[in-house]
Design a protein around this ligand. Sequence first.
Ligand code: SF4
Length: 721
Amino acid sequence: MATPSASTPFRIVHTVCSHDCPDSCAVLVTVDAEGRAVKVAGDPSHPVTQGFLCGKVAKYLDRVYSPQRILHPLRRKPGVPKGPLEKGRELESFEQISWDQAIAAIASRLQQISDAHGPESILPYSYAGTIGVLGYGSMDRRFFHRLGASQLDRTICAEAGGQAWKLVYGKKLGTPNEDFPKAKLIVAWGANIHGNNVHLWPFVEQARRNGARFIVIDPYRTRTAALADWHIAIRPGTDSALALGLMHVILREGLEDRAYIAEMTHGFEQLAERVREYTPEHVAAWTGLTAAEIEQLAREYATTQPAVLRMNYGVQRSQNGGTAVRAIAMLPALTGAWRHQGGGAQLSMSGAFKFDSQAVERPDLMLQSPLGRPARVVNMSRLGHALTELGSQPGEGPRVHAILVYNSNAVAVAPNQNTVRRGFERPDLFTVVHEQFLTDTTDYADYILPATTFLEHDDIQGAYGHYFVQRSHQAIQPLGEARSNVWLFSQLARRMGFQERCFQDTPEEIIRQALRPGESGHSRNPGMEHITAALLDEQGHIPLHFPEAGKHFLPFSRPEPLPTPSGKIEFYSEALAASGEDALPAFVAPEESRLGPYAVRYPLEFLPRKADNYMNSTFANLEGHRRMEAKTNHRLEIHPTDATARNIADGDQVRIWNDRGTLELTALISDRVPAGVVAGRLDWAKLSPGGRNINALTSERLTDIGRGATFYSTLVEVARA
Ligand code: SF4
């Protein structure tokens, strides 16, 4: 949608912020007569965006037109070893080449590697650097499927929580943002709404103006927690214990909704039996709260209606994080909160969007690959292991000999950074990185390919924090020779001789394929039948439909068959029982926690936090954004009690270490962390002291459900440097 004005030479183009954020904002880009974007603004007609952007994206043009953008394909100069390069001097190690040279050389090398070691020795590595349907996973998936490359298990962010939620409800739906103002109690559980889900905040404020109470459960006093009526500073990794303790009190005091439970749920009796042992006294000992606080929270939650829980993905980044999400997700089913407009819970609404992923990603192409079968699956949360050890045991398949990284700054964000680096340093590993900037990961690349931002390509997008499908129109020509993921993988496919017609699809064709269920008019895609590419072109964003004649959409409020084995909300999982696992949630302390076996050696729980003004590692290289995070740049936050015990003063240089690595940061004595917990913030390694970031300390241990990363189950010791 581009709207030229009659009186000015400017065009307004409807785009969508594709950064990894629940809000998926509708962004209006003003483009001048020369084709240059001169303004970005939130679309006032989008009911969730409401005309404003977060601080990260409000100054997006600084990023798009940054002089640091990579604008041409680059090849590592002969003889330059892989490894950290000095910030600002990286280009000395590379030479500019044409796209044609780059595509030809990469295709030829991939073919050689595939012939010599099998196609599974090639690994794609990508995540949510862009969450548009095309940019996140379309032509790239087709390419790797047809090639026979290893499949990537994309677990690093949301898989533990997503699978846990689905164990209970079968599908990822949640309370609509627009209903939050009706809530009388809002509990943000591990959710820094003000920091990274800011378009929910106006609805929270409206609810508070209407008299709602706002409670935050978070080990760290985020800026959201600082604004709460009650901040509950729970110990990391004990959320499942608290949820089970709340259930104990709710059932002990008869505060559950028996009618809802009888009509909508499965396994209540077994759950009731299980939570008997989770007395407030037991739970207090694990969580660091008092028994009275646990009882108060349970009573407030169960007796205030509508009550809504906003969880975010921080909760599930502990070793027991899947169970934590599963247990928390059961709470509104116990109290019947789903019945009330403004009640229920939100983790992710992504399950509402049924784009035709079979058509977009073409997994059937795996059968056309030289393997003739689905390729092995490699877990991205164990990248270090994948690059250093995978392939050394019988039955694992080949070593990884090539990695193509896109939509991710892998070296900065993957856990166990020192092992990840060792992997990338391998001289025999062929590394291609498609990127917008020179990052920690491009330091290891054989080829760096310039990537577009969301202003420079077409896409379509759902959201995990609202119910609108949106069209992102290309607003400006790509800068320099930057190219989209769709273009890159289509070119590689052609150069490798893949004949399938799908490799010639244009972005518009893929968009139509993604929407095909709607366009063909049948109901494979309930909620999206009315959405066509043409309508989206015209309107920019269209809400999903949840037709139930005359009734407001209240997820999980009325009996309907759910995609769980019992067809109901599951407190008890027969599926888990059948696979020999505990069918009910239970609190098991993370191995790396104060309750685990390693605490004797490493007594402090480490929170590797995300910055409010970055998006994971994105934006961390931009001066304006760094200034907004200046308070905690290169700082380790430590509670006064722990600092005193170690003779550490504010501003001292401190060493933080465990068996995996060491960091040197500056102490920031702070009561934003509770005693026994220290916090550091994700940054680029090359912008951090010693060229290491917080992931030098994190492990490749996986979550109990969903095989996800366990960043928040990390123990360390700290001393003055
Ligand atoms: S990062 Fe989130 S809040 Fe900011 S503009 Fe993008 S979608 Fe909106």
